[in-house]
Design a protein around this ligand. Sequence first.
Ligand SMILES: Cc1cc2nc3c(=O)[nH]c(=O)nc-3n(C[C@H](O)[C@H](O)[C@H](O)COP(=O)(O)O)c2cc1C
Length: 207
Amino acid sequence: MKLTQAHRDALLDILRWRRDVRHFLSDPIDEAVLERLRAAMELAPSVGNASPWRVLNVVSPDKRAAVIANFEAANAEAAKLYEGEKRAEYNALKLAGLRDAPVHLAIFTETDPDEGHGLGRQTMPEMLAYSTVAAIHTLWLAARAENLGMGWVSILDPEGIATIFDVPANWSLTGYFCLGKAASDDDTPLLHRNDWQENSPTEWREV
Ligand SMILES: Cc1cc2nc3c(=O)[nH]c(=O)nc-3n(C[C@H](O)[C@H](O)[C@H](O)COP(=O)(O)O)c2cc1C
């Protein structure tokens, strides 16, 4: 398939307007849309073609409440790293949209899958988790193309999350995600808007 300038323009729009979203409308997401997002993840690259990501669509209110408690404890602990004005600035950031997002996804990496037969992960076993991240980014872009926003929540105690979901010992948490309609659109990261951190240029040089 030969791609055109129209494809490049569309891709650039999706890349530019994808944001880490933490302010959601609570409108539900159609099952058909969720199914398209699931299918999009299958298009992601992975080491040895192992597709080691394992996705839990968290619908249980009790489990969601337990995740929120886990986040709040981890976030309070993280705030202690800062002092004075910086701590106040940190506490003013909204770092998760867990209470409003209509869909929660807990995404794990299976650390020793049969799939792939070990190819490509002998010297760098972290390639399995990197593969999951590639699938997550694919999901992020596919969600944006559906006019949905996604937010990555990593301020969590991963062992606590594994316990909440009673996952097998060889599943390692890669991230927890909020998904839904964004309350507003932006082409600029929220941490930039909030004067916490602007985008940095990619270091790229010839050697
Ligand atoms: C691995 C990873 C973990 C992240 N964890 C969090 C998080 O816990 N809370 C949060 O608000 N944003 C989190 N983010 C989102 C980043 O803050 C965000 O990607 C960055 O500020 C750039 O904004 P943008 O995604 O809108 O371009 C995470 C992003 C990545 C890639």
